[in-house]
Design a protein around this ligand. Structure first.
Ligand code: PGA
Length: 251
């Protein structure tokens, strides 16, 4: 069925030495196992060195974001083609911190999705509601909009390149996790919606990660939910002591 997919989003953390130390420890821990997919998303400046450090390992390396333009006078930006060129496998797009702190909307996320796919990158597309939206009963409306607008115009032959991450904003970095039932409900909703947008077959293959305060102590019960196919992990992905047991709880 769907192979569990555990990705560590390092955000703006670590220094070169600690980043390479973490990559090395994960490389050793994961070995050549192929029952789970493991990925890391280091800050841009460490990508090349982490890619080299993980060469020959099944661990995938991706960026935390990507520019919506192909090339040119966009100071400070990094294009999908550049990411592909240095050996990235994927990019995270639409993380709630990009949406909330940098004002990124669904249209911009959609353009980024297209740029990434054109360059041959895979994508982890993040969706999730804020606490206010949840309390107002708008969770489904919000994730529906983020998914349909984020994926607008993506052709059917690209669907296997997309992983979704459901990340309730109120659970990110707060220590407050959605219960497995709460998360499972939204994951089921997203898979059903995907089947409606595309088809059942593709929805059955689609991997949906859960993200938001995943840690060794709650990973197993979250990953045991049938529609939760992995995790996008922030804080607990920064040390091998925490990320490794999360990886192991998927098998
Ligand atoms: P967290 O972050 O695990 O620190 O809550 C998750 C994420 O933002 O991807």
């Amino acid at each position: 069925m769907r192979k569990p997919y555990l990705a560590g989003n390092w955000k703006m953390n670590l220094e070169l030495k600690s980043a390479l130390g973490l990559a090395g420890a994960l490389r050793e821990h994961v070995g050549s196992r192929d029952d789970v997919d493991v990925a890391v998303a280091p800050p841009y400046v460490y990508l090349s060195e982490v890619i080299v450090a993980l060469e020959g390992s099944p661990i995938r390396v991706g960026a935390q974001d990507v520019c919506d333009r192909t090339q040119g006078a966009y100071t400070g930006e990094v294009s999908a083609v550049m990411l592909k060129d240095i050996g990235c496998d994927f990019s995270v797009i639409g993380h709630s911190e990009r949406r909330r702190l940098y004002g990124e909307g669904d249209e911009l996320c959609n353009t980024k999705v297209h740029r990434a796919l054109e360059a041959g990158l895979e994508i982890i597309l993040c969706v999730g509601e804020t606490l206010d939206e949840r309390e107002e009963g708008k969770t489904e409306t919000v994730v529906r909009r983020q998914l349909s607008e984020g994926m607008a115009g993506v052709p059917g032959d690209q669907l296997d390149k997309i992983t979704l991450a459901y990340e309730p904003v109120w659970a990110i970095g707060t220590g407050r996790t959605a219960t497995p039932e709460q998360a499972g409900e939204v994951h089921r909703y997203l898979r059903g919606m995907w089947a409606g947008l595309y088809n059942e077959q593709s929805a059955t293959r689609l991997r949906i990660q859960y993200g938001g305060s995943v840690k060794p102590s709650n990973a197993k019960e979250l990953l045991a939910i049938p529609d939760i196919d992995g995790a996008l992990v922030g804080g607990a992905a920064l040390t091998p002591e925490q990320f490794q047991p999360i990886i192991d709880s998927a098998s």
